[in-house]
Ligand binder design. Structure first.
Ligand code: MG
Length: 378
């Protein structure tokens, strides 16, 4: 038995909620393509992302800790898989389109430069007079322009709904006929929130694992306290690393359960009846409950105060970013260093944007090697 695309689309119509984005209702691609016999449009988009070079490079890019610092610390790639997994759980629980939500999650960090947020700030400063740099905008630029895999069009020619989902933090989301909406699809909203759930929990985990955070420090955090109480109740003898790992597991479970419950109630109350009603609705329908929102804001402040700028994190990232600046300036001075395929874009995109695209695509280690090549240490 081989299932056809038409059968898969029909199945979505009978099994998904009325407000889910159906792949058969996709607004299509910028460059029209013949459809695939047994894959939906979002399944194809997911494959295009996974097979892209930008996706493979995520393995060697910093999430919080400089890549290579420790074998168990998250990289951009493992972060992305965790986001995709949480996204799928929420989407499936709410009868929404898992393929679309997962695809957006897999692509959400493609635009991240080397060296994490410090790298992003450095590039943004270097690009200040030339349009700046933002990793969300860059994710879209990668799938639209930078990746070259197909002979008939630039980029990956993704469907409208996946591209919409990558316009994170946009004021308005562009519709197909020029109409702008305050919200993206409900599937994109899931990927946005799943990103937060993921990094809150794994940054705590990595911080503890790498001994930059002490369990004692966490005693005042509501998010930690509630899950810690669950674990002490269910497994009173658990200690050390096993205890901490299970608390993290419970934090994720509580967050996901809260979002599923809260969002189901919000959807019901909103009265939305279609995917476009979701887009026109003034507020997101995927959300934390008020108490969890408050607890997560406290966690966020804690991570900023105690982890992201910890000398052992920030010191390594700052030194790496100085090298990023050196390489950037070296390319500006001598564009011939960029190589054939990249330098051909200078005419259309300008020298600064071309250099910025090239550097932001680099992995941590490639940039450090390139620095060594351009500025050999004695
Ligand atoms: Mg992310």
């Amino acid at each position: 038995m081989i299932r056809t695309k038409a059968e898969l689309e029909a199945q979505e119509r009978t099994t998904l909620a009325p407000w889910a984005q159906k792949s058969g209702d996709s607004a299509g691609r910028s460059h029209p393509e013949p459809s695939h016999p047994n894959r939906t449009e979002y399944q194809r988009d997911r494959a295009r992302i996974i097979h892209s070079r930008a996706f493979r490079r995520l393995e060697y890019k910093t999430q919080v800790f400089l890549n290579g610092t420790g074998d168990h610390l998250r990289t951009r790639l493992t972060h992305t898989f965790e986001v995709a997994n949480i996204t799928r759980t929420i989407a499936r629980s709410l009868a929404l389109n898992e393929d679309l939500a997962e695809t957006i999650a897999l692509a959400h960090d493609l635009g991240h430069p080397p060296f994490g947020h410090t790298g992003e700030e450095t590039l943004d400063a270097l690009m200040r007079a030339h349009g700046g740099f933002d990793h969300n905008a860059q994710s879209l630029r990668i799938v639209d322009v930078v990746e070259t895999r197909y002979p008939k069009f630039p980029g990956l020619n993704l469907s409208h709904e996946v591209r919409e989902g990558l316009q994170k933090h946009a004021k308005f989301y562009q519709g197909t006929k020029g109409a702008a909406h305050p919200q993206p699809s409900i599937e994109a909203q899931i990927a946005n929130l799943a990103d937060e759930i993921t990094y809150y929990s794994h940054d705590l985990d990595d911080g503890l694992d790498f001994e930059l955070l002490e369990p004692m420090q966490l005693a005042e955090l509501v998010v930690w306290k509630e899950s810690e109480a669950d674990v002490r109740r269910d497994f009173p003898r658990l200690k050390g690393r096993e205890f901490r790992a299970y608390v993290i597991r419970c934090i994720i479970d509580r967050q996901v359960a809260d979002v599923v419950q809260t969002s189901a109630a919000l959807i019901e109350k909103s009265g939305v009846q279609s995917a476009d009603d979701v887009r026109r609705y003034p507020r997101p329908l995927i959300a934390y409950s008020k108490p969890l929102l408050k607890a997560n804001q406290q966690l966020r402040r804690f991570l900023y105060a105690n982890l992201y700028y910890h000398p052992r994190v920030a010191g390594a990232n700052t030194r790496a970013c100085e090298r990023l600046g050196d390489v950037f300036k070296a390319y500006l001075k001598k564009p011939s260093l960029l190589g054939g395929a990249t330098s051909r874009r200078i005419k259309a995109d300008g020298l600064h944007r071309t250099v910025c695209d090239y550097i932001s695509g680099m992995t941590d280690r490639y940039l450090l090697d390139e620095h060594e090549r351009l500025f050999p240490s004695v």
